[in-house]
Write a protein that binds this ligand. Structure first.
Ligand code: KG4
Ligand code: ZN
Length: 370
């Protein structure tokens, strides 16, 4: 077959920009055509016969800046993103040893997230794309999280169920194939990360607190306090963590001056309550869909008790469980560049040269164009 009639996939350099909350992330993912084996005609190449590889990434976390306020201050977040963006983009291009002109697509987090913070990333991405005359592509932040396991050396394959547990979201999502996501259940109020952070604050720990609380819990008795397991026995796959925080507050007030003496037991008991609910619902979701693979994404995925409990439960059910490396669990630019690369790879979207960008602070993944 004549090669001239065949559209050969080109190598693409894709820049990803993440600014939805308190992390400024930039990364460069390269999409490469898989070299056809000798004897295989190039006309057989389909858009997905390409592979994405991470070339460079850089991240700046604002945690220390927000810590004195006990939580993220949106205006400070936006201002800091403004200051970090250009140096981070330059750092990534230097790491990849590529000129700006070599970029073929600029991707950014379009939502959900903090409006001002999102606007910074979108503005930088649109300006860069316009200056380079290259297409611009807005990415759903949660699609980035769902696809982040593909950044690991040992990626899962579709289909799988994703337990997404971050500071802002607690969701069980069925990922049947690229671009096909079904929400199975989610928190009706606080996210699991929020439950960790709010409880940690009540125990006198600094924001974000989840990791510090789990550290304290190592020395505590998880059965010391019987905190509620909200919606544990509900038939659906939804979560609710707001009541747990209230229950911790009541207990802390009851203990008064004695609180510090019981801090480790309190931490262990809160953690046990959150983890039990997450594990039960994750396993119930697998039973419902019949899938044999669970992927854990989001910052709470770093929790050692959650990891150990899921490992045991999945082994029992003969289900595979994937924990992407922590740097890809928390917010980063690589997952945004990768999501853009995969949307191109699967022929879903290629970006636009209409540079009138928008951000969607509240945006359901179900609304994302397949
Ligand atoms: O995914 P992420 O970095 O940010 C959001 O997109 O929200 O998740 C941050 C959340 C915070 O609530 C933090 O306390 C929690 O992840 N976290 C943990 C641990 N490490 C981080 N929660 C429990 N145990 C941990 N070891
Ligand atoms: Zn996130």
């Amino acid at each position: 077959m004549g090669l001239s009639r065949v559209q050969t996939p080109q190598k693409m350099n894709i820049l990803g920009i993440e600014t939805s909350c308190d992390e400024s992330g930039v990364a460069l993912v390269q999409l490469l055509p898989i070299q056809p084996q000798v004897g295989i005609e190039l006309s057989c190449l389909k858009p997905f016969e390409m592979q994405a590889s991470l070339k460079a990434h850089a991240l700046h976390t604002q945690i220390a800046m927000h810590q004195p306020y006990g939580g993220v201050v949106p205006e400070l977040a936006s201002r800091d993103h403004i200051q970090r963006m250009t140096p981070l983009v330059n750092e990534v291009m230097a790491q990849a040893n590529l000129p700006m002109e070599s970029l073929d697509l600029i991707a950014y987090t379009k939502g959900p997230g903090l409006a001002g913070a999102l606007l910074v990333g979108a503005g930088v991405a649109a300006s860069l794309a316009a200056a380079l005359d290259k297409p611009l592509l807005g990415i759903h932040h949660l699609e980035g999280h769902l696809l982040s396991p593909f950044l690991s050396d040992n990626p899962p394959s579709f289909p799988f169920v994703c337990l997404l547990v971050s500071g802002g979201h607690t969701q069980l999502m069925r990922v049947s194939s690229m671009g096909h996501y079904e929400l199975l259940g989610q928190s009706v109020d606080d996210a699991a990360g929020e439950a960790f952070d709010k409880s940690a604050k009540l125990l006198g720990l600094d924001y974000p607190g989840g990791a510090a609380l789990s550290q304290l819990a190592l020395k505590g008795n998880p059965k010391a306090f019987a905190f509620p397991r909200p919606l544990l026995h509900s038939k659906d796959l939804d979560f609710s963590f707001a009541g747990l925080k209230t229950s911790v507050l009541t207990q802390v007030n009851k203990l008064g001056d004695q609180m510090m003496a019981h801090r480790e037991d309190l931490a262990a008991s809160v953690q046990a309550a959150i983890v039990e609910v997450l594990v039960k619902k994750a396993m119930a979701s697998l039973a419902q869909t019949g899938d044999r693979c669970l992927v854990v994404a989001g910052g709470v995925g770093a929790n050692q008790l959650l990891r150990a409990a899921l490992q045991v439960a999945c082994e029992k059910q003969k289900v595979e469980v994937f924990f992407p490396p922590l740097e890809w669990c928390t917010d980063n630019g690589a997952m945004i560049a990768l999501a853009a690369a995969m949307r191109v790879q699967y022929g879903i979207e290629h970006g636009t040269k209409d540079y009138g960008f928008e951000v969607l602070p509240r945006w359901s993944l179900a609304e994302v164009l397949q």
